[in-house]
Design a protein around this ligand. Structure first.
Ligand code: FES
Ligand code: FES
Length: 169
């Protein structure tokens, strides 16, 4: 029996230990916010946090989760940093098709939890494993900076409003 927590809920499962965490989240828990992209730990679409670290769920056997804390996109907005990141994502209109964005937000939240004011180089290093076919990289970086600069979750949307006002003046 494998015991661990997902989004704060304790659970146990006797599913095959080699089952990828991603399948367990999507098929057993119906948490479909975490996406399947490549299935080979190459694109980042399936990123979740395990004990606070970004992990590719497609390539992580469920057996490795024993005793760990998993947080997914369904819950990340309830954490202070995750809320700030999601607000910044909205403020910066980051999303295009959206497919990669769960993973992007999870990696960004992990980064900002450890590093409150990352440089461009640090942002690029932390986000390099999250591929976006729509090319939203500049907006991802802008949103991370907006989140880093926002003292509170409520201030993030004001950032874009201020920029729009400036652009139209
Ligand atoms: S689906 Fe997991 S890294 Fe691409
Ligand atoms: S927003 Fe479409 S793949 Fe990233």
């Amino acid at each position: 029996m494998i015991r661990f927590t997902v989004n704060g809920e304790r659970l146990e499962t006797d599913i095959s230990p080699t089952t990828p965490l991603l399948w367990f989240l999507r098929d057993n828990l119906s948490m479909t916010g975490t996406k399947f992209g490549c299935g080979m730990a190459l694109c980042g679409a399936c990123t979740v946090l395990v004990n606070g670290e970004p992990v590719r769920a497609c390539s992580m056997p469920i057996s490795a989760m024993a005793g760990k804390r998993v947080v997914t996109i369904e819950e990340i907005g309830k954490t202070p940093v995750g809320k700030k990141v999601q607000d910044a994502w909205i403020a910066e209109d980051v999303v295009q098709c959206g497919y990669c964005q769960s993973g992007q937000i999870m990696s960004a939240t992990a980064l900002l939890t450890k590093n409150k004011a990352p440089t461009d180089t640090e942002i690029d290093a932390a986000m390099s494993g999250n591929i976006c076919r729509c090319g939203t990289y500049n907006r991802v970086r802008a949103a991370i900076k907006t989140a880093a600069a926002s003292g509170s979750a409520a201030s993030a949307p004001a950032t874009k409003a201020a920029r729009k006002a400036k652009a139209s003046s």
